[in-house]
Write a protein that binds this ligand. Structure first.
Ligand SMILES: [Zn+2]
Ligand SMILES: [Zn+2]
Length: 130
């Protein structure tokens, strides 16, 4: 069982079972949404996931996409999209213990900021993975 929470603790979540993916996204949309140079994602199955505190609000950043956030402290909480039916993508930095995160690859690598240097040998997909 892995757990996570927002800055103020009002919104929290937990999931069990294997992650559907664990990656870094360098796309401009995720970057702006999180105001971070790169975003670390954990994908989990919706039927193994639940919100355990206050239900977050969401912003529909494009058609069929929900970007959940804490209505109290503003922390981005999750990405959910019709084109990833049955799963939800959480932010590794929200984990109770973010050290648990084991990234496997990068997506949208062609949009990486020139001043961001990440020393790893993980696969780097120029756009999305598939
Ligand atoms: Zn909060
Ligand atoms: Zn992205």
């Amino acid at each position: 069982m892995s757990k996570g929470h927002c800055l103020c603790g009002s919104v929290s979540w937990e999931y069990s079972g294997p992650e559907t993916w664990a990656c870094f996204c360098h796309c401009d949309t995720c970057r702006r949404n999180c105001a971070a140079p790169v975003v670390a994602f954990i994908g989990v199955r919706l039927d193994h996931f639940k919100w355990t505190g206050q239900t977050p609000k969401y912003y529909a950043s494009s058609k069929g996409v929900k970007r959940h956030f804490c209505d109290t402290c503003g922390t981005p909480m999750a990405f959910e999209a019709e084109h990833y039916a049955g799963e939800i993508h959480l932010y590794a930095a929200s984990l109770e213990n973010p050290q648990e995160f084991k990234p496997e690859f990068h997506v949208h690598y062609e949009h990486t900021l020139d001043w961001l240097h990440m020393a790893d040998d993980l696969p780097k997909y120029p756009n999305s993975k598939t």
